[in-house]
Write a protein that binds this ligand. Structure first.
Ligand code: MN
Length: 338
């Protein structure tokens, strides 16, 4: 990635005001990477602003700088005022402008260069002047750490920025359980620990900080809503808007639900579906060689990684579930072979 980092340094020379964008429904990696990047840009004397298309989960609000993130959905006028005078846009943790949802159209028409920092498969290269993308990295935070290293910015990192990077790595790997077989990931973690972060505290802030209604929603989802399809080695959970409302759903409350069905013996594919006002959001996890990136790209206009991907459906919830089950039929042999 040396050449791209050189190019990045070159592009940064002429810009001052930088808009850092995360994807819709932002997760710990998006927010952590965005905040750490903003810190580094400030260290370079730049003037960054971090944006998210919509609100991010409560369990990330403790991150230093999180309160300054501009939520496009809630502050459109303010967001556009800042975006209109930005010299550059840096997108973190997504690979296609469509992942900006309601913010995408406005961003597309802004006449400034766009840079990508990401780790998802197949970035939409024509949408960016530069793609700093490393698909083997566990998280965008890990990619950013390497960029920071190559840029010689490690000495400028403070505890807050390191906590943000660690949070990105921790959340995208489900606390270092998935998608982190590369020794290099743990070398990066070791280096972050050298800065004096308290990883147990960060774990508690993210994973042991839920409202009781979130736990009750999880219990309900597993007990009453999980459907196992042994013939496809698949399990899914579909929650309607009414069900989410009943448990006082807040953004982020269902984060991680998709992982639970994979604990069932012989289940190699898990899908979590939730009904939003405007669409159905699907989240996929798999074990082994079954590519949920490919599955979601083919059937649910989504993608992501080999074993973790997202998707969208504009059909009603029931019809989306039917489509899911029908689509699985095509993959029966592949699922059996995992
Ligand atoms: Mn990520």
């Amino acid at each position: 990635m040396y050449e791209q980092v050189d190019e990045f340094i070159h592009l940064l020379q002429d810009v001052q005001r930088i808009a850092v964008l995360t994807h819709a429904n932002p997760d710990g990696d998006a927010i952590g990477t965005g905040l750490a990047l903003a810190h580094c840009l400030r260290a370079l004397g730049k003037n960054p602003t971090v944006f998210a298309p919509d609100p991010f989960p409560e369990f990330l609000h403790w991150l230093p700088g999180a309160n300054d993130i501009v939520i496009y959905k809630h502050a459109r006028t303010k967001a556009r005022t800042i975006l209109d005078i930005a010299d550059m846009i840096i997108c973190v943790d997504f690979n296609n402008l469509s992942r900006l949802d309601g913010m995408a159209e406005y961003i597309r028409q802004l006449p400034v260069p766009r840079v990508l920092i990401d780790h998802h498969l197949k970035p939409a290269e024509d949408e960016f002047v530069l793609c700093l993308s490393k698909v083997e990295a566990c998280s965008s935070a890990e990619v950013l750490y390497h960029i920071i290293t190559e840029m010689g910015l490690l000495p400028s990192l403070n505890l807050s920025a390191v906590e943000a990077l660690y949070t990105g790595m921790m959340t995208d790997t489900n606390n270092f359980r998935n998608n982190c077989n590369r020794p290099d990931t743990f070398r990066t973690v070791a280096e972050l620990l050298e800065y004096g972060i308290d990883k147990d505290r960060l774990y508690d802030l993210v994973y042991n900080n839920y409202a009781d209604h979130r736990m009750r929603l999880l219990g309900y989802a597993l007990n009453e809503k999980m459907v196992v399809l042994p013939e496809y080695r698949t399990a899914y959970i579909a929650l309607s808007r009414a069900e989410l409302d009943r448990f006082r759903f807040q953004p982020g409350d269902t984060e991680g639900f998709v992982n639970y069905p994979l604990s069932i013996k012989n289940v190699v594919l898990s899908c979590f579906l939730s009904e939003n006002p405007e669409n159905i959001r699907l989240s996929f996890r798999s074990i082994g060689a079954f590519s949920v990136n490919r599955f979601s790209r083919a059937h649910f206009d989504g993608g992501g990684h080999l074993n973790a991907a997202g998707g969208t459906s504009f059909l009603p919830l029931d019809a989306t579930v039917q489509k899911l089950i029908q689509s699985l039929a095509e993959y029966k042999d592949e699922l059996e072979a995992v």
